[in-house]
Ligand binder design. Structure first.
Ligand code: PLP
Length: 407
């Protein structure tokens, strides 16, 4: 009798479809107001610029190269453009420090593969990006909670990792406008994190997927920039910066990038050769065309729209959320994180909300490596207009008020 469980590798036991994702698949229904998806608004895609880029590629002799295999490091002009962009962020680097991936999600998978042996420890914030947990899970790590500004000593982290049968390998975090909380790590905490990583001798994986989407407040240098400022050269740093074009240009082309020290980049290139040879040649060329001609204008357009939606979301939460709830006040990104009174359950609330209030969101528990945080949930404002936000949060506020009253 065929029993796949005898044949699958042990790592596959940690790959499970989440119930929530299954539930959220039902959200195509037109009567539901959804704040669940964390995706960019397609109305903001620079589709005309992409059309022009592909037309140009197809009407020149370059089309042959665009349709051909290419190098695993990525399309050189795109990497050159990224060298210039990184310099603006305080990250002086060379071509050898920039590597193109098929979306930053692939970068997270590669970094998990590169660093984690079974039972090694990955430090992650609580909550953290669910996709990072999914990427790392395949490499059978244990997790410990990263508190960038916290008071855990390196010895404490080390002892917990040894107990789990491995060592701490990296700290993963989004420093700017994290998914799911929308929160930003302050400058002092970034510096402390570098101290911690130096003391533990581990890597820092800086997920910068939302880095360009700041709507107000002062920009804070990336952790990689702060580390280069201390150590003088990117090749002496331990921070690996994962960037993405998904939130600024378009996710469908699957183009992201990793910037970091040359020895790590060289290993990642070998990994890519084994995994998929290289990212889509033609899509990298198209991204380079569009980015070089109008990246800043595109980012300004995206920021303007999302900033307004963030304002609407925060105004609606202030107006309709009952006593006992609290929420983050993000300065950028796509998300607000809501905390309910203790004893409430975001997953149960979602089930009831889909039935009565007809509003969708993502319950928070899945974002915690240890499965805690039942009384939390994430809302995204990226694809909702003013009226949807006001109406949806009003309905949700009423439902939550009645649930609190029944506690
Ligand atoms: C924090 C974070 N990192 C990485 C990704 C992956 O993005 P991509 O693979 O499209 O670059 C996402 C996507 O939602 C994200 O929210």
């Amino acid at each position: 009798m065929l029993n796949w469980d005898n044949i699958f590798a042990t790592r596959s036991t940690r790959m499970r479809a989440s119930e929530i994702r299954e539930l959220l698949k039902l959200l195509e229904r037109p009567d539901i107001i959804s704040f669940a998806g964390g995706i960019p608004d397609p109305a903001l895609f620079p589709d005309a610029a992409f059309k022009e880029a592909y037309n140009e590629i197809f009407s020149s002799t370059a089309v042959n190269a665009a349709l051909q295999y290419s190098v695993s490091e990525g399309y050189k002009p795109l990497r050159e453009w990224l060298v210039g962009e990184m310099a603006k962020l305080g990250v002086p680097c060379e071509l050898e420090n920039v590597f193109i991936v098929s979306g930053s999600q692939q970068g997270l998978d590669y970094l998990g593969k590169l660093f984690l042996s079974p039972n090694d420890t990955a430090l992650v914030t609580a909550p953290t990006y669910l996709g990072a947990l999914q990427a790392f899970n395949a490499y059978e790590p244990t997790y410990d909670q990263l508190t960038p500004n916290g008071n855990r000593t390196p010895e404490a982290y080390r002892a917990t990792a040894e107990q789990a049968g491995g060592r701490v390998k990296f700290a993963y975090l989004s420093a700017d406008f994290a998914n799911p909380t929308g929160e930003t790590i302050d400058l002092a905490s970034r510096e402390k994190l570098i101290d911690l990583a130096d003391e533990l001798d581990i890597a820092i994986i800086e997920d910068a997927a939302y880095q360009s989407l700041r709507y107000d407040g002062e920009g804070i240098p990336p952790i990689l920039a702060l580390e280069i400022a201390r150590k003088g050269n990117i090749n002496d740093t331990r921070t690996i910066y994962c960037g993405s074009f998904s939130k600024t240009l378009a996710p469908g082309l699957r183009v992201g990038f990793i910037v970091g020290n040359a020895p790590v980049i060289r290993k990642l290139v070998l990994m890519k050769q084994a995994a998929d040879l290289h990212s889509s040649t033609i899509n990298q060329i198209a991204i380079e065309h569009v980015a070089r001609r109008g990246f800043d204008e595109q980012v300004a357009k995206v920021r303007k729209t999302y900033s307004h939606r963030r304002d609407c979301m925060l105004a609606a939460l202030a107006k309709y959320m009952p006593e006992g709830t609290s929420w983050t006040k993000p300065e950028g990104g796509m998300f607000v994180w809501i905390t309910l009174p203790k004893g409430m359950d975001g997953a149960k609330l979602l089930a009831r909300s889909l039935e009565t209030a007809k509003v969708a969101f993502v319950p928070g528990q899945a974002f915690f490596a240890d499965g805690s945080g039942p009384n939390t949930f994430r809302v995204s404002f990226s694809c909702a207009n003013d009226q949807m936000i006001d109406e949806g949060i009003s309905r949700l506020g009423k439902l939550i008020a009645s649930e609190i009253a029944a506690l």
